[in-house]
Ligand binder design. Structure first.
Ligand SMILES: [Fe+2]
Length: 461
């Protein structure tokens, strides 16, 4: 008779095996339209060449084999050096700005490395339930797959920076706005349970197709523990700030007036000559937006969320509009709390898994934002729309550990707890199974090559 822990491990192993194949295949699907020359070019210090991502996500799993597979032979010391990102604990590595300065390992060699590790992993996963550290290994494999999903999103950002509309993305038809979304929602303050609550997801992981969608409940250590915070009553925008809204700020001289900007923001405006979000360009006096589908007159995109804005720009807009950015606790309450149930739910619409009617995630295939009002079915109890998907939303909160934080994996989240801001909600480049209302993304305040937008908040009364 097998113990229940072994049963859970066996079931977890089956779903990890499915998820492993699904996630690893998707990375290669994303890069499939690239030409060989595209894989190795680094267009900015902050981006990485696609070849590096496909090698690095593989390197992660090789470190698991090195640690847990007795007798495993390292594939290549050179690959360990080239494909480590920032992990001090795993030794020397190439500096990030130099990832695009080498033509070797070649793309073919990197793909062969990937196949080699996948073969080993298939055998390794099949035997996990016999391993005395089975539960630890399942946890680290799951982390590796969430890590790869993060890199899938980074690949979308980096391919956009590299090629933008020259990339032959398999773009699906965009949905239309079903309703007009405007104004702000009123949210009562009081005590709120911020963060991921482990007990909500206790019990056995789902089997069958459900297991493929959500194999084992997962949250990063930085979302835990759930803890009480006190909120004042507040208002929050029912929709993300649109290109039309943002254009008004630009037309009102927003980028020319120091009074809306933090000091760090005004410095950037001047040193980087910011006049608009990244990927906006001026043609004969008119603003245009370039995306994967081509160059568009902004007048055709007024009702879409603005994105590729930094925290500094989002803050300047909010000040100009007489508002402010929400705290992450305000954002999470507006996204997850149901006053009728007096409880948090997994998603704004409830606990049903994400499908294409709830929000715009990677599987929707748009490679761009959807119009505001395209997902009324995905609205929160407070009537806030598009909180999940479309654009990551800047909050005013510093990325720091929650009280009671315990690191679950060295150098993954904990070493970044300084100097960055929290973003919430996921984007059109985020895989569906990767996002939750408690998910805390983080970037530096001046960064804007990622899919970053925002909505504003305001104190009540
Ligand atoms: Fe990484």
């Amino acid at each position: 008779m097998v113990s229940s822990i072994q049963q859970i491990t066996k079931r977890g192993m089956r779903s990890i095996s499915d998820l492993y194949q699904q996630v690893r295949a998707r990375t290669l699907e994303i890069v499939a339209p690239l030409e060989i020359e595209d894989y190795v070019v680094q267009t900015a210090e902050f981006m990485s060449p696609p070849r590096w991502h496909i090698g690095h996500t593989t390197w992660f799993f090789e470190t698991v084999l090195q640690k847990y597979q007795p007798g495993y032979q390292t594939y290549s010391e050179d690959f360990l050096f080239f494909f480590n990102s920032y992990y001090e604990g795993f030794g020397q590595r190439i500096e990030r700005p130099k990832r695009g300065t080498r033509s070797r390992p070649t793309v073919a060699e990197t793909v062969a490395y990937r196949a080699h590790i996948d073969e080993h992993m298939a055998r390794f996963i099949a035997q996990i339930s016999n391993h005395e550290q089975a539960e630890n290994i399942l946890a680290i494999l799951r982390l590796g797959l969430e890590h790869e999903m993060q890199h899938q999103e980074l690949l979308v950002y980096d391919i956009k920076h590299l090629l933008c509309d020259q990339f032959d993305a398999p773009i699906a038809a965009a949905p239309r706005a079903i309703e007009t979304v405007s104004g702000m929602a009123e949210v009562d303050g009081g005590l709120f349970e911020l963060g991921y609550g482990a007990d909500r997801h206790a019990g056995e992981p789902p089997a069958g197709m459900g297991a493929l969608q959500r194999p084992i409940p997962f949250a990063f250590d930085n979302e835990k523990p759930q803890h009480k915070v006190f909120l004042q009553d507040f208002l929050i925008d029912r929709a993300p700030v649109s290109n039309g809204d943002y254009l008004e700020f630009m037309k009102a001289g927003g980028y020319q007036n120091f009074r809306w900007w933090h000091s760090a923001g005004w410095e950037r405006v001047n040193s980087e000559r910011w006049q608009a979000p990244l990927y906006w360009e001026q043609r004969e006096g008119a603003w245009m937006i370039r995306d994967f589908a081509g160059l568009h007159d902004v007048s055709n995109k007024l009702n879409e969320p603005v994105y590729h804005v930094s925290f500094l720009e989002a803050s300047a807009y909010a000040k100009w509009a007489g508002k402010r950015l929400p705290t992450e606790a305000e954002w999470e309450k507006a996204a997850s709390f149901s006053p009728a149930l007096n409880a948090k739910r997994e998603f704004p619409w409830g606990d049903a898994p994400i499908d294409k009617h709830f929000g715009n995630l990677f599987e929707n295939g748009l490679w761009a934002v959807a119009p505001i009002g395209a997902f009324p079915k995905g609205q929160s109890s407070y009537g806030c729309q598009q909180m999940i998907g479309d654009v990551w939303e800047w909050t005013i909160s510093d990325y720091s550990p929650y009280p009671g934080f315990k690191s679950e994996f060295d150098e993954y989240n904990d070493k970044w707890f300084v100097g960055q801001k929290v973003l919430r909600g996921g984007s059109f480049a985020t895989p569906r199974s990767h996002i939750r209302t408690t998910y805390r993304n983080f970037f530096h305040p001046e960064e804007r090559w990622m899919v970053s937008g925002f909505r504003c908040a305001k104190d009540a009364g």
